[in-house]
Structures are given as C-alpha cells and as structure tokens.
Unconditional design. Structure first.
Length: 539
C-alpha cells in the first residue's frame, strides 16, 4: 500500500510547492494511471515514490509518505531500489553503460546477486520486452523507442514490487506500445506488481487501468477514481471518449470495442463533408528532393535503403513506421546532420550533404526528440532571444512573448529551462526554432510529453504554418496528431518507404496506424471526433 499524509514538496528556488498537502492512499497490486496537464506535477509525484525527490533534486519536503512500509525520504533511492523500479520520461538519463545486456545486469551486479540468477533475470527481462535481438547492441545506436524498452527491461531485473513509469510509450510505435503495455498488465495480474504509470496518450492505456489519478494544475488536490468515473469528470480524454461525451453515449465507452455498437447505430445518419485537409499536390518545384538515399550505421546496420521522394512547398508530411525503421535518420539527412553512403538530398535547391549545417539551419528548423539539445540559456525568456542572435535577427520581445503565450509557456518566462517538464521543454525548443521564420520545419516526435489540449494547440499551429506556405515534415508515432493535421503520410519499414499517399487513405487502410475514430467507422473521411460531429451537422 502507498499512502501520503499531508505531504508537500518544493523544488529549490521555486516560488511555491509543486505538491501541497497531498493525502491519498493507493492499494497494493493496483494498476494506476496518472494523468493531467503537462507541468501539473505528475513527474514530481512519481519521483517521491522512490526518494529521488528530495534526495536527487533537493528542495523542501514535509508531511509523511509510506511505500510498502518504507519511507522514501528516510530510505533514499538506494534503500528503495529493490522495492521500486523507476523508468523515466527520458530513458537516456538512466543509462550507465553502453551495451544493452550490460545495462540490464548493472543493478543486479550492484546487489551482488549470484551469476546464474543474474543471467536468468536478464534473459527474462529481454524476453518480456521482446528485445533479445538487441542484447549486444550499443545503446547509443538504438532508436528512441528501443531505448525506452531497454530502460523498462532494466527496471524489471530487480523484481520490484512497485514499478513506476513516466510516459513509457511516448517514443513507441503503436504495436511496440501495445507489447509493452501487455507486458505490464501481465506483471500486474500474474505477479501482483503494483504499476503506477503516467501517460498522456490515454487511448493506449486506459483499458488496462484499475484507477485513474488525475492531477489538475499544480497546487490543487488530485482526483482518484475508476477510469469511467474519472473520464466523465475531466477534460483530458482519448478520441473515442471525447466523441462519446459530445454525443451523450452512455455507459461511457472507454475502448473501441465498447464504442462500436454506438458507432453502428450512428453511421447511417452521417454525411461526411470532405476531408478538411489541404488539397492535392500543386505541381510546384519541390523544396525537398531525396533520391536513392542509403545510410549505414557504424555497426553495419542499414538504416536507410534506397529512399526516394519529394516534398512540395506548403505540404504537411508525416513520416510513420515502427521503431528503428529509419524515420529519425531520414530527418537528420534533410538538415545535413548525417552523411549518406549513397544518394542525394536537395533542400531548397542546396545539396544538404555539402551545404554547411549553419547555412541550412537559417531556413530549415529541426526539433529533435530530445529538446535539451536546443536549450542553452538559464531563463525561458532568454531562449528565443538567444535563437534570434544566433540567426543575426533583431530582438523582438513582443513577438517572443506572443509565441510563448501561444504555446502555453507565458507564465514560465523566469524559470530555468531544465526545471520544466519534458512537454514544456519540447514546446520551448519549438518556439526557439520558429523565431527565425523557417521555410521548412522538421519535427521528431513533437507531441512527446504533451497533453490533449496542448496537442490540439500544436496541431492548429502547424496547420496555420502550412497554410502560410511553410513545409512541415514530422516523424511521429502519434496517429491522432497525423489524423488531425497531416496531408500526406510516408510509411517506413526497415529503412524503406513502403507507402506514400494521402494521410486519410493511408491511415484508413492500415490496421496499426489508424486513428481511434477511423477504427470505429472505417471511413477515410472520418479520422477525428470533429469529422464525425461535422458529418452529423454539429460542427
């Protein structure tokens, strides 16, 4: 059992506490889904379960907390490590060595477990997360999603009684996410491990949860209830639930299976009104041309195999595919950050391989999966000014403030960027790139750490940029973002583009990369709740 009694926590130099007078009890063996807006305190709450807050982050703590009879504040992370397994939002932050099998064995070696037992547990963890084929790979060579699965496997080797995960599927493709969540459910049901999992993409995990712990804005008490009761009371909800609430479906369906009966009854009365996305390709000269592109990692793995396509100005292109299919590598080639073994890449008429990256970056903005690589100053307000100076642009505080406000960061201008949540840092990095008014915007997993409201805002901003003639290319596993905003999808597999077509037709024909609403109706004109409401005449 986990209990908090008038517990509070405040980071060093913070204006006020993140957790204030927290009192709640979580039952042993439960699967608890922690949800709430980005920056509301979810990650901080998770860090208190093993003592990382306050022992690693510093700050002040008061009140009492008990995890399976231990006090994390007294025991510290070392004293909680055999009881609480922790998987962070950024998996790289928890790695110690650079070989997958060695990383899984590291904690076991620290506990001086017998060699046969160590080998058995490593093999079990590799099999549970289906990463046995990665055992000899350097962690630095893995994709973001592969790293996330390695981090979960490493946490399982000590057989914790409580497993705490901070957005474990944020970098996973839909199939890999399902595999991870099924493994977690099995651990919960078969071994009785308590699972406390924070996640923004509720459509992936809501069906596995026993309880939802909703975290409102910082400073307000959380809500603990069953999934159906909690989602009935809060604004954050997956697309099926959003549609069900708008149409008054009761009992509230939480999954596609539960919503199908309502959808069948409604479908005959729908009159879809067009796709709501941009029109066909306009025949203009491409701003990006990729021809016969091959890339090989130092370990000999071919990450790109003869890739070829072009992108016209004003297109919004989503690059989708399983983890390790080559999406991130392809984006790096478009901004000159990777060298091809063969083939060519032209961007705005320039050879990307021969053009200095600094020159390309003036017109091509690239936001990687890890936003920290783009954050350099000690104040949020200074990041945009720093970016302007780097591009020899005049200062414009009013425009910077307006952009921060649009991305939901207006109240954080005095904060140090590294004290922000991952989602907030992601939005700050995007803002820093947008100040140069780029012609092309490249985004790698842009919705990592974003809640539904922020994702909706981001989708609207990206569509507006497209309507202004900007070219947007994003690599993402977020099928709901693609459904809401993209015109075209490039579907990759094993370094090749296997499908290239309009987003609606590609997603409607896919079993894996379809949106929740499309799985309900199987109509290429219906991908989002807004499409259904528009077809019904409510929008």
């Amino acid at each position: 059992m986990i209990s908090y009694d008038h517990f509070g926590y405040q980071y060093p130099d913070a204006a006020g506490p993140v957790l204030h007078d927290l009192s709640l009890t979580l039952p042993e063996g439960a699967f608890v889904l922690v949800v709430g807006p980005s920056g509301a305190g979810k990650s901080t709450f998770l860090r208190t379960l093993n003592g990382l807050a306050p022992h690693f982050y510093g700050g002040k703590v008061w009140g009492r907390v008990s995890v399976e009879g231990r006090d994390p504040v007294q025991a510290a992370p070392r004293g909680m490590s055999d009881l609480v397994g922790m998987v962070f939002q950024d998996p790289e932050s928890g790695f110690v060595v650079d070989r997958v099998e060695d990383e899984l064995a590291f904690a076991l070696e620290n506990w001086a477990l017998p060699q046969p037992l160590m080998r058995k547990r490593v093999e079990e963890a590799l099999d549970q997360l289906r990463i046995a084929h990665l055992r000899a790979r350097p962690i630095s060579s893995l994709s973001g999603g592969e790293k996330q699965r390695v981090a979960i496997a490493a946490a399982l080797t000590l057989h914790p009684r409580l497993l705490v995960l901070d957005e474990p599927t944020s970098q996973l493709d839909p199939l890999a996410a399902e595999e991870v969540l099924l493994a977690l459910r099995q651990l919960n049901e078969d071994l009785g491990i308590t699972i406390i999992l924070s996640e923004h993409r509720l459509e992936r995990v809501i069906q596995y949860a026993d309880y939802v712990l909703y975290w409102p804005d910082a400073g307000r008490p959380p809500l603990l209830d069953t999934p159906a009761a909690a989602l009935q009371q809060i604004d954050l909800a997956p697309p099926v639930v959003t549609l069900a609430k708008a149409l008054g479906w009761q009992p509230l369906p939480l999954t596609i299976k539960e919503g199908r009966a309502f959808a069948r009854e409604l479908q005959g009365r729908l009159h879809p009104r067009g796709n709501g996305h941009a029109g066909p390709r306009n025949g203009h000269a491409p701003v990006i041309l990729v021809d016969g592109l091959w890339h090989r990692y130092e370990n000999g793995v071919e990450s790109l195999r003869g890739v070829g396509f072009d992108v016209q100005p004003g297109e919004f292109v989503a690059i989708m595919g399983r983890n390790g299919s080559g999406k991130s590598t392809l984006l790096k080639h478009l901004v000159g950050l990777a060298q091809a073994r063969q083939g060519r890449v032209q961007v705005l008429g320039e050879d990307a391989a021969r053009t200095p990256t600094a020159k390309l970056a003036r017109r091509v903005a690239y936001v990687p999966q890890n936003p920290d690589r783009l954050l350099f100053t000690e104040r949020v307000a200074d990041e945009l000014a720093f970016s302007r100076r780097a591009h020899d642009l005049p200062a414009d505080p009013a425009a910077d403030a307006a952009l921060l406000d649009r991305l939901g960061l207006a109240g954080l201008t005095e904060r140090h960027p590294q004290t922000l949540s991952v989602g907030q840092r992601q939005r700050l990095a995007l803002a820093a790139m947008l100040v140069s008014d780029p012609a092309i915007l490249l985004l790698d997993e842009p919705t990592r750490g974003l809640d539904y409201v922020q994702k909706h805002t981001l989708a609207g901003l990206l569509r507006q940029l497209r309507d202004q003639g900007k070219t947007v290319i994003m690599a993402t596993h977020d099928v709901e973002l693609v459904a809401a905003s993209a015109d075209r999808v490039l579907l990759m597999a094993e370094g090749e583009i296997v499908v290239d077509g309009p987003a609606r037709s590609v997603m409607a024909e896919s079993l894996i990369f379809a949106s929740q609403v499309n799985k309900l109706f199987r109509d290429p004109r219906l991908l989002t709740p807004e499409d259904v409401l528009r077809a019904r005449g409510d929008w």
